[in-house]
Design a protein around this ligand. Structure first.
Ligand code: ARG
Length: 479
């Protein structure tokens, strides 16, 4: 039998609820199930240390402004430090039955200190409190993510440097297109990751404003010093508008978007890896410790890490859509809907961080099969564009060169030949008299790659220049 009973708002005599900060107004209290439904402690307990940090700054400011006695502020500060230590070391467990982390910390202060604990919340609301906690947490999490990004980019660039001269096919439509180098391909990934880094740096700079003092939505009539708490908490400045401070979550959207874009990059790179790891390609040999086996097929060595990173990109897209959907249509100040913001963004940042770490480990230990990559540059007429550009250099309009080489490719296909170089000079001249014997040297993959040394191109020397430029763009985590 399904349990359909519900201890709704009118449930009397249910389990005792934890102390809430708003008990005075409401005679009837939600039942246990309904209370748990609206509680957020299981998600926002992650903000415990930031909540304490915020309270520490708030209490010190209240004393400076003469709103609470200096001595009481000292007692509160000491107790807040003790609480932080106990939570960090695990000696104080966060009560999973509390309503949220703000109630839990305040209730703990009151339980331990009595009256002084009751002074903390002057001039403050959980609305500005949660906004400040969340931003403090995101600054730290963002810093850590930037560190992981820098490490991943560095590891990839090291591989790109090692393989700057290794020839491989470049693909469009997953068809062999033109020869490139492995270093060129890996540096392409890094160019995307460096922009991801910049997106995070940009978003983190914009969220670096302190909402404390915004109160529930309209500030406070107490003589708070918002500059002081902002500075004490390491923010660049206080937020400008108290309503916006509690209503706004675009900083969360920006980080969720940056995470989703980063994960979309990783997903595509992992798709390359999965293809390269196939028996058909065999371009990459993933380390055994970065592979998994099959429970039934004894021969298997599967690129599960790459596949899982690719798969996990989906949840970051989902989280971004969740946040956008939660925010759309909310009247502009605080609404309880906003409580749904944290779970989504925490998941996106955790996912991005974990995936970056796995991706780095997998790629740093990967080995590449240069012979297979080079061999894949023969057949498939990957040299056709070089043949056309050869004719352009000899003066033929490109459209005519394209046509001449297309006909040569048809000739080859008809004759069962796998490359343009298989045609004799006479046969080539039959399609364009501009062909000379030097064409054969221009059609090797080495010559093809070496010739494309324009900025951005795959020539080894140019790839090394790109790698150096990308290294210079890696930024250390924000302070
Ligand atoms: N748990 C809430 C949240 O995450 C904290 C703010 C609650 N404010 C309120 N007025 N109920 O958004």
């Amino acid at each position: 039998m399904a349990d359909t009973s519900i201890d709704g708002p009118d449930a009397a005599g249910g389990e005792p609820l934890p102390a809430v900060l708003w008990g005075g107004r409401l005679v009837e209290k939600p039942g246990a199930e309904a209370f748990a439904f609206q509680a957020s402690i299981l998600v926002d307990q992650r903000l415990a240390l930031e909540d304490i940090q915020g309270s520490r700054a708030h209490v010190a400011m209240l004393a400076r402004q003469g709103i609470i006695p200096e001595e009481t502020a000292g007692i509160l500060g000491t107790e807040l430090d003790r609480l932080a230590g106990e939570i960090a070391s695990g000696t104080l467990a966060i009560d999973p039955a509390a309503e949220d982390i703000h109630s839990f910390i305040e209730a703990e202060l009151i339980a331990r200190l009595g009256m002084p604990g009751k002074l903390v919340h002057a001039g403050r609301s959980r609305n500005d409190q949660v906004a400040v906690d969340f931003r403090l947490y995101l600054k730290k999490a963002g810093e850590s993510l930037l560190g992981e990004l820098a490490a991943a980019i560095t590891a990839l660039l090291d591989q790109a440097e090692t393989h700057a001269g290794s020839i491989m096919p470049g693909y469009t439509h997953l068809q062999r297109a033109q020869p490139v180098t492995l270093g060129h391909h890996l540096a392409a990934w890094c160019a995307g990751l460096v922009r991801d880094q910049d997106r995070f740096i940009d978003a983190l700079a914009r969220l670096d404003e302190c909402p404390l003092g915004a109160g529930a939505l309209a500030g406070s009539a107490l003589p708070l010093d918002r500059e002081n708490t902002s500075r004490a908490l390491g923010f660049a400045r206080p937020t400008l508008n108290s309503m916006d401070s509690v209503a706004d979550r675009d900083f969360a959207l920006e980080l969720a978007a940056a995470s989703a874009i980063l994960m979309t990059h990783l997903s595509r790179f992992c798709e390359d890896v999965v293809i390269w790891a196939s028996e058909e390609f065999k371009f990459i040999d993933l380390a055994e410790k970065w592979s998994t086996g099959s429970s039934i097929m004894p021969q298997k060595k599967n690129p599960d890490f790459a596949e899982l990173i690719r798969g996990k990109s989906g949840r970051t897209t989902g989280n971004l859509v969740t946040l956008l959907t939660v925010l759309k249509g909310l009247p502009y100040a605080y609404d309880k809907d906003l409580q749904e913001d944290k779970e989504a963004l925490f998941d996106s940042l955790d996912t991005a961080r974990n995936c970056l770490r796995m991706f780095r480990g997998m790629m740093a230990s990967a080995r590449f099969n240069h012979a297979r990559m080079k061999a894949a540059c023969t057949g498939g007429f990957i040299e056709a564009t070089d043949a056309a550009e050869y004719l352009v250099r000899k003066g033929l309009p490109f459209r005519e060169a394209h046509e001449a080489v297309a006909l040569i490719v048809r000739d080859c296909v008809g004759a069962g030949q796998a490359s343009i170089a298989a045609r004799s000079l006479e046969q080539l001249k039959g399609r364009s008299p501009l062909f000379e014997s030097d064409v054969y040297a221009a059609l090797t993959p080495e010559a093809s790659v070496a010739a494309r040394h324009l900025p951005g191109g795959p020539a080894p020397k140019e790839v090394r220049r790109q790698i150096a430029a990308l290294r210079r763009q890696i930024r250390p985590p924000l302070r």
